[in-house]
Design a protein around this ligand. Structure first.
Ligand code: SF4
Length: 296
């Protein structure tokens, strides 16, 4: 059995920068982080041990005169307002790609706001996801969030539609949604009504898919390492499954059951890969665990 870690898996530059910022700022004193710094419980635990305290929005409202780090997902304008009111120093580690998307949505909202055209800003993303909350905030929470084609009934095809995407969604699904909106506009005889779509999926994620699938294809068993809360992990895991049905999702070595370990040891090639939120050290630890435990 040969166990290989995919060299293209692991933190994207947005997450790497946020974590480096946290480590650097922790050396200067107490630091809070609004929400889990990354959708990976193991990495959150590691930083917690270094002193990074995770807080939620209720905590933010009650805290005064402290330093709070904003993670790569970005935040809505209300977070900055609360921080200002409470004399909280913001250490802003929002990813520049997300900030740019926020700006584009904000500008679109400002351009259509008050024009009485009934225009709809639509975000293809996961409702309640931190990044999506930040994006909705740019539209004063008027944007319509759709998670899949099945939710397109929320749109009014007789009114203008401006579609954007959460950065970590799948390009294929986005394209399917665009095609379906075009189709329904034809069916509704509203083809002349504005439909603008912006593929704002982060290429840091999208470009990984092909390489990840090549990696998955080249192994007999694939161990995909990701956090349960990570939407990027869910998408990339599905991408692996598409090309190799012997792919297993684990969050830590505790998820490696005797059956999975036996499956690995019966294989010639085992590949370990992960999401943009999966730390390299965790994939390394899982490799060691597989090599030293055969499940019997
Ligand atoms: S996936 Fe892209 S947008 Fe999201 S944090 Fe990473 S680099 Fe930034």
């Amino acid at each position: 059995m040969i166990v290989t870690i995919d060299e293209n898996s692991g933190f994207c530059f947005g997450v790497t920068t946020a974590i480096e910022t946290a480590e650097r700022e922790l050396q200067k004193g107490t630091l809070f982080c609004l929400g889990d710094i990354v959708h990976n419980g193991q990495e959150v635990k590691r930083l917690d041990k270094l002193g990074l305290e995770t807080i939620d929005y209720d905590d933010l409202r009650t805290l005064r005169n402290v330093r709070v780090l904003l993670r790569a997902h970005g935040e809505p304008p209300s977070t900055y307002r609360i921080a200002k009111q409470n004399n909280i120093e913001i250490i802003d580690a929002s990813c520049p790609v997300v900030l740019n998307l926020q700006k584009r949505i904000r500008e679109k909202y400002q351009a259509i706001h008050g024009k009485n055209t009934g225009a709809q800003i639509v975000i293809f993303g996961k409702k309640g996801h931190a990044e999506v909350i930040g994006l909705e905030g740019q539209t004063n929470n008027t944007a319509i969030v759709i998670e899949s084609i099945s939710q397109l009934h929320q749109l009014d095809f007789t009114r203008p539609i401006y579609l954007f995407s959460q950065t970590t969604k799948s390009v294929e699904e986005f394209q399917q949604i665009v095609a379906e909106i075009k189709k329904r506009k034809i069916e509704n005889d509203t083809s002349e009504v504005v439909f603008e779509y912006h593929d704002t999926i982060c290429r840091n994620v999208a470009n990984r898919v092909k390489r990840l699938q090549d990696f998955a294809r080249g192994n007999d068993v694939v161990i995909f390492v990701g956090g349960q809360k990570s939407s990027n992990a869910k998408v990339l895991f599905q991408n692996c499954m598409e090309v190799n049905s012997c792919t297993v999702f684990v969050s830590s070595e505790a998820d490696l059951t005797p059956e999975i370990l036996q499956q690995c040891h019966a294989a010639e090639k085992v590949g370990i890969c992960g999401a943009t939120s999966t730390p390299k050290w965790l994939m390394e630890r899982i490799k060691q665990h597989i090599e030293h435990n055969n499940g019997i």
